[in-house]
Design a protein around this ligand. Sequence first.
Ligand SMILES: [Zn+2]
Length: 384
Amino acid sequence: MLPTTRDSLHVRSRRLLVGGGVRPGIVELALGPRGAVVVDVRPDADEADAIDVGDALVAPAPLDLHFHGCGGHVVPPGGDPGAIDLALRDASRDAGWSHELAVPAYEWIATLPVPQRPPADPVEHLAAAAQAVAAQPDAWCVGLRIEGLFLNPLRAGVWPPETFRPPDTALLEELHAAAREAGGALRIIDVAPELPGAVELVERARELGIVASLAHSDATWEQARRAIDAGATLATHTWNAMRPVTHRDPGIVAAVLADPRVHCELICDGVHLHPGTIALSVAACGAGGWVAISDASPFAGCPPGPYRWAGTTVTHDGVALRDPEGHLAGSASLLDVAPGVLRGIGLDDVAVAVAMGAAPRRVLDPSRALGLQVGDPAWIVELH
Ligand SMILES: [Zn+2]
């Protein structure tokens, strides 16, 4: 029976995701615009008037660390966070993630390129994004990320190399300060570790509390290791836009997969990575050592057709988006397809929930445990 007031409720489940494992217990949730937010978690406790959800898993809601937009909406400053949230709410409903007690939040990090036309100043661009997000404090956007700046033109993918800069700690400091002044936070900075100045940039990012993510890179194993030693803790869409692996030149891909200090992003759309490549990566990283991302383009969830993005025309064929040279241009899917892809390689619902919600939160806050924590939006889900 549902309580008469929906402000706060106690939920009993045989499966709370706590500390990387599953335990029975009670979770208290407060219902609000961000979803059902965890107020208290009590493993192994019971409460007479709790609402019993049986075996439904209660876990932190999905958090997409690598997200460029969806439904025709680009992430701020170009797009409206509220419109993006509505599209994500529909996608999570269609995916069957909703529970009668609560629609889960689908949180996201606004992942920015640097616009080429008109040429944008990265600091002004980031400040505008931070302002747009700060204007909607209940939005599911939890921070900002710049992908298209300190990258190697050899592995540019769809990004225009004209917007790339050499790694520059002074510029990083300016970006950090500009986001803060505008009421936001730069949470992740992408950098190709082989570029001159990259190791210093990683060190400064760590000092500022910004996650350094190794990205769009032609790095050797040794070059990647130096950046990991300096404090890089994330690998951007691992395998994609990276130097290929061979048995005598393992390169950045092997370096990030083999190192437990690094969380590896895996695009789980069924297109960017063969399921076998995901299986190999999951085996290498272990539970909690990798995160499912969408890398959703603004045209994820849109009908097939040509679209303008990143200064070029990309073609959406119903499954993937490609630029005129055939490069994949971000994903045509959201995280809603990830559970199916991951269940297809034999992962259970706990592993899927860890990769989609618990592990991404630990990327942003390495001190936290791998499971429900006060302040998280909760996800009450039966994944099939
Ligand atoms: Zn990328």
